[in-house]
Design a protein around this ligand. Structure first.
Ligand code: ZN
Ligand code: MN
Length: 146
């Protein structure tokens, strides 16, 4: 996992460079994104932000996420069923483990996908610009309470 403190600093710098206003709410949202514990949805981030800043609107949360996404500082995982989820800790394509019971999303620490991509390029001549690799199942915590 990337160092959340570094990721947070990078995101703040980037937004400032692009001329965006940095508010305390925005900083709090970026901080949550820099850790991306369990890969939160916008709703989950909103629930967390409200504890600290009760008057924050969902639109503020959503706009900040969209802005970070547009700047390439957060990875968006889209789902046809259920909310999109976000990873600002690793804002580049990487495999995910998705628990179908508690909906948590984890990052496995694997290099295998890099080898896989090299092999795909070598075998097919395809120019890979992006990929999406999701593994669905039951997380270790949920297995214990089965
Ligand atoms: Zn689970
Ligand atoms: Mn991730």
């Amino acid at each position: 996992m990337g160092d959340p403190q570094n990721r947070f600093a990078q995101m703040v710098t980037r937004l400032k460079q692009e001329g965006h206003r940095i508010t305390p709410q925005r900083l709090a949202i970026l901080r949550i994104l820099s850790v991306s514990e369990g890969h939160p949805s916008a709703e989950m981030i909103y629930d967390q932000i409200k504890k600290e800043f009760p008057y924050t609107s969902f639109a503020t949360v959503y706009k900040t996420i969209s802005l970070a996404k547009a700047l390439g500082e957060v990875l968006e995982l889209e789902f046809s069923q259920g909310s999109n989820r976000y990873d600002g800790n690793r804002p580049f394509p990487h495999p995910h483990l998705i628990c179908t019971r508690c909906k948590t999303i984890m990052d496995p620490d694997l290099d295998a996908v890099n080898y896989l991509q090299d092999e795909i390029v070598k075998e097919t001549g395809f120019e890979v610009t992006n990929h999406r690799l999701d593994f669905f199942g039951i997380c270790p915590d949920c297995q214990k309470t089965r």
